[in-house]
Design a protein around this ligand. Structure first.
Ligand SMILES: NC(=O)c1ccc[n+]([C@@H]2O[C@H](COP(=O)([O-])OP(=O)(O)OC[C@H]3O[C@@H](n4cnc5c(N)ncnc54)[C@H](OP(=O)(O)O)[C@@H]3O)[C@@H](O)[C@H]2O)c1
Length: 269
């Protein structure tokens, strides 16, 4: 991965996953510079990256191609302004902080600064994330490509131009893994309720969701066709889908859930 130096600010759960993904994709450890005051520093050091406890400790002539912010959103206002100097050296700033708008970064770093706001989800920790990225008008094609490669190291990347979609993105893919975990829990409980041993019920629920997800992603058919293909009239799947697809079934429930998350995301911003 030949994109020059990458400065990672915050090497916790998500920052650490990004760093691992970049190095696995061939970023040289000598091109990875990490600022992390906490326990994540140990992980970063073990990868061979240069690790610093705070911004003032960084080399004076540092000019990172990309500066990645992976600290908690509530820490961003205190952390980001110290990196303003790199805007003047051509760096693009890539944030993964939930709910922190581009305007906030323009405020911290200068209105002319190139900023990409992105939203990953937890499967990024195993390289299977879904990441949505939104650039401001100062992001050049070269900067966008660099950010695309960095985010692509932990999953699939979709780019949007309209930042207002970030609330819906947060509600679908950002929070989505939790809905799927709940589906797994429900399927497991339902299996136990019809008499399956608990351990078997869990295994069936987990593997069914993982397998169906992988099939739906990789198949040529769309999810509705895949569903119809396994539903014989009058059969067992049809009996269950009659309940799930009823007027008060899963469809309206998921719509309400995503709507609630979208509204909460708007309110928090
Ligand atoms: N985890 C997810 O699934 C997920 C999903 C989407 C978006 N995100 C976003 O990713 C960001 C990081 O989340 P996370 O779950 O990885 O949190 P986390 O594990 O707490 O990581 C944040 C890291 O930043 C460090 N830090 C604190 N102050 C710092 C400073 N001044 N300079 C550099 N590093 C500093 C923290 O160190 P200490 O431990 O010492 O505080 C911590 O290691 C958040 O903005 C979150 O919204 C996370």
């Amino acid at each position: 991965m030949d994109i020059g130096q990458v400065l990672l600010v915050g090497c916790g759960k998500m920052g650490g996953a990004l760093l691992d993904g970049w190095l696995a994709r061939g970023l040289s450890p000598s091109d990875a510079i990490v600022v992390e005051p906490g326990p994540g520093a140990e992980h970063a050091r073990a990868t061979g990256a240069a690790v610093h406890g705070d911004a003032p400790g960084l080399p004076v002539d540092l000019a990172p191609t990309v500066t990645v912010f992976a600290v908690k959103p509530q820490n961003m206002a205190a952390v980001a302004p110290a990196y303003r100097v790199y805007a003047g050296r051509g760096s693009v700033f890539l944030s993964i902080a939930a709910g922190t708008p581009i305007a906030a970064f323009e405020n911290f770093l200068g209105a002319d600064t190139a900023i990409v706001r992105s939203m990953p989800n937890t499967p990024a920790a195993i390289g299977q994330g879904m990441i949505v990225a939104c650039p401001n008008r100062h992001v050049t094609d070269v900067m966008r490509q660099a950010c695309d490669r960095l985010l692509g190291a932990v999953g699939r990347v979709a780019w949007i131009d309209d930042e207002t979609h970030m609330d819906g993105v947060t509600a679908v893919s950002g929070s989505g893994p939790a809905y799927v975990f709940w589906l797994i829990e429900c399927l497991e409980s339902a299996g136990i309720a019809v008499g399956l041993p608990a351990e078997l019920a869990r295994q069936l629920a987990l593997e069914t969701v993982a397998g169906a997800g992988a099939l739906a992603r990789d198949a040529a058919e769309d999810p509705a066709t895949l569903r119809q293909n396994v539903t014989s009239p009058g059969g067992t799947t049809a009996a269950a889908l009659e309940v799930l697809m009823a007027e008060d079934g899963l469809g309206p429930l998921v719509t309400r859930a995503v709507d609630a998350a979208t509204k909460r995301s708007r309110a928090l911003a």
